[in-house]
Structures are given as C-alpha cells and as structure tokens.
Design a protein around this ligand. Structure first.
Ligand code: HPA
Length: 300
C-alpha cells in the first residue's frame, strides 16, 4: 500500500514538473541560458566581432556558402538553441566575412510551433546582441496574398501582424532585455528597406514592399483565413520572423526582413500547399536572393 502511494506521489510530482516546464517555456527566456550560450560561442570564437546578423529561413540556407563562412557551429552544441526539426533548416551558425563586414549567419531557425518554447527563438537574437551585432536581417519563405505577387518574387517587410496568440516578451521583466513596453511603430528600419530596394534594382530582382502576417502554423491557412488576413491588411503570410523581429527591436537592434514568396496563399491558386513545394520554389529563386543579400551587405 505504502509502495502504491509512493508511486502515485512520484507520478504526481512528475506531472507537476512537466506542467511547470511547459508554462516556463511560454515565458521569455532566462538570462542564465544566454550567458551559457555566449560563453560557449565566445570560447570557440574568441576574436569574433560581428556587426551584422542573418537568420536564414526556409529555402534561404544556400546563400550562406556565398558569404565566405570561416567556421561554423552546430545549433545542438549551443546551450538553449537545439536542432531545428523542420526539413531544410540546417541548424548551423556560421561566422563569415563579406565586403569587410563580419557577420553571424544562422542557417535555419527554430519555430514556435516546434513546441520548445521561446528560448530557442530568442537565443540567436540575444546572442547577436551580446556579440555586438547592431543590424539584423531576417529571411523567410511566405505565401503571397496579392495577385501581383509571383512565386520567386521577394518582399521586404514594412510591418507585421502578430497572429501567434502570444509574444516572446511575455514573462518577468528585466531591463537587461530592453524596455518593458517596446515601441513597435517602426520595427523594420526604413533606411535598410531603402538599401534593399536599391540593391534589388542592381541585381535586378523583383522586390515588393508589404506587410507580413505570422501564424503559429504548422498548418497552412484555410482560404477563409487568407480572405480574413487580406482584409486585415496582410500581403504575405508565414510561420516565423515576427518573434525574432519583436525580440530584436525590443533589444534595440536595427531590423530588416525579406520574404521569398514561394506560393500564392491558400485559395488564391488551385494547388495544394506543401513544404516540399515551398522549398523547391525558394531553391529556384536562390540566385536572385543570394545576389540581393550580397549587394545589400556591400551597401552597409
Ligand atoms: N503559409 C504559411 N507559411 C508559408 C506559406 C504559406 O502559404 N508559404 C511558405 N511559408
């Protein structure tokens, strides 16, 4: 009898702990994890002084090779980060140099829908900040909501709509991370957008300007949702980028974001959506994406 009670109590404690961990994962990351991540990367790259950071989303990973990576670390080695579970997201951090600018390139990202909480999404942003990065370029694959958006076109993000139902800054506050109530009236820097526009003209590649709406995923949207999002003012839809933009803006970094429009959003074309089709469309657009990013870095 005593044995059965002990087993019951142990099971109860296990469940309570799981619940606490799950709740903690919905809150902003713990500062000690950032310090562990920083110490780890700093020990491997004692002389790194990046001023720019890239986060490469679905289909964008191949552009890292064009930016002379000098060394790389697997995400799984970096405390708090962990391997991406999404196919095509390599999960490597490169230290690179292009046009005399040292940069961190995060090849692949963690997503909220992976269920591992905010920490794996926050680590790249706060690591960049901790290393002295001042400018962050976020990239993603997205569905297009506008009839003039064609697969392979690019879009620089002018603003976003957060439909994640949460926010990576929810949780106990510490001024270390930035203000409690960050202003969001200009998350995406106008000067960087103008530089992206000029760079796109040089390539040349089609670069639209528009509003990116983030859902949690992992489902693609229904046609009714896309109609609703269009009415809300969205031009492109995806499952990423907004958390990192919120974190980076809140931490005082200058932010730009570029989407590769890989497909017409649900209900706009007949085709069913799939991750394979999304990555294949981004792969076809790689030459333009790569040259745009090279030109953009050269313009900084
Ligand atoms: N919806 C959401 N995420 C996406 C899409 C889409 O249509 N295309 C690429 N990522």
């Amino acid at each position: 009898m005593r044995c059965a009670n002990a087993a019951l109590i142990a099971r109860f404690c296990e469940c309570a702990l799981d619940t606490l961990v799950a709740f903690r994962d919905t809150l902003r990351m713990d500062r000690s994890i950032l310090e562990s991540a920083y110490d780890f990367v700093r020990a491997r790259w004692p002389d790194a002084h990046p001023s720019l950071g890239l986060i490469l989303g679905s289909g964008w990973g191949a552009i890292a090779d064009a930016l002379s990576p000098r060394d790389e670390l697997a995400y799984e080695e970096i405390p708090g980060l962990g391997s991406p579970s999404v196919a095509g997201h390599t999960g490597r951090l490169s230290l690179a140099m292009h046009a005399g600018i040292e940069l961190f390139i995060f090849r692949g990202r963690r997503h909220w829908f992976e269920g591992a909480g905010w920490t794996p999404l926050a680590i790249p942003v706060y690591l960049m900040k901790r290393f002295g990065v001042s400018t962050v370029l976020l990239t993603n694959a997205a569905g297009g909501l506008r009839p003039d958006f064609k697969p392979g076109d690019l879009m620089t993000v002018t603003d976003h709509i957060n439909m994640l139902g949460s926010n990576p800054l929810v949780g106990p506050h510490d001024d270390f991370w930035g203000p409690r109530f960050p202003d969001q009236s200009a998350v995406y820097d106008a000067r960087l957008r103008a530089q992206l526009t000029r760079s796109a003209e040089d390539v040349p590649v089609t670069l639209h300007h528009g509003v990116y709406l983030a859902t949690t995923g992992p489902t693609y949207e229904t046609p009714a949702e896309i109609l609703a999002f269009r009415a809300l003012g969205a031009d492109a839809v995806g499952m990423s980028t907004v958390p990192e933009a919120i974190l980076a803006n809140g931490a005082g970094l200058t932010v730009a974001a570029v989407s590769c429009i890989t497909n017409p959003a649900a209900g706009i074309a007949e085709d069913a959506l799939s991750h394979d089709a999304v990555t294949a469309a981004a792969a076809r657009a790689i030459p333009g994406m790569r040259t745009l990013i090279e030109r953009f870095i050269e313009s900084l």
